[in-house]
Design a protein around this ligand. Sequence first.
Ligand SMILES: Nc1nc2c(ncn2[C@@H]2O[C@H](COP(=O)(O)OP(=O)(O)OP(=O)(O)O)[C@@H](O)[C@H]2O)c(=O)[nH]1
Length: 220
Amino acid sequence: MEAGGCRYQFRIALLGDAAVGKTSLLRRYVAGAPGILEPEPELESVPTVGVEFYSRTLQLRAGPRVKLQLWDTAGQERFRCITRSFYRNVVGVLLVFDVTNRKSFEHIQDWHQEVMATQGPDKVIFLLVGHKSDLQSTRCVSAQEAEELAASLGMAFMETSAKNNCNVDLAFNTLTDAIQQALQQGDIKLEEDWGGVRLTQNTQIPRPPSSTQHPGPCKC
Ligand SMILES: Nc1nc2c(ncn2[C@@H]2O[C@H](COP(=O)(O)OP(=O)(O)OP(=O)(O)O)[C@@H](O)[C@H]2O)c(=O)[nH]1
């Protein structure tokens, strides 16, 4: 039995242009899981074909344990019809651009729009990620303009580096915490025919807190 008696699965996808560093970011995160005794991950340089799957389990601050099913999507246009078919079943999206690649930043709104067109506004929590923050001398997107874009799209922003292992865990934890909070508040709901969030142990579905209830650890 897991802590708190509950166990969720959240499906999270990484989207963004080719070569912005999605696979490297994900491999760094998965290699950092407690109990994993892998050598430092190599930064990836092989383009992703279609979609690749990773997972990591973590204990949320709010109580339940969560298995993250992590989908690494290909950034190349020729795989777009494959990757698009996965958007419907995600609850969280890391929208990734490369801080040294202006075009990848300009395309963020297109990626956002693609997901919204499939999912509608109520089901996905986004986080904007400016990746390769170690490359300060060739940076061409400032943190301030990325913050502004994130605010205009209603999401948080964070800079990461797989090379320096900077903010990698924090980015995934921030997104996961936001999903958990939306679930507790009833902004995101468990639905039978939707794979974005699943209860994989125990069956009690969390309800939004009423005026007499205090949000807290799952009581199932
Ligand atoms: N300096 C630096 N380079 C990075 C970082 N992360 C990834 N890279 C490099 O960026 C290039 C692309 O990385 P990938 O992880 O394959 O990028 P991707 O977004 O998964 O690419 P696609 O699968 O084609 O969509 C590789 O040469 C990596 O070594 C980082 O944090 N810092």
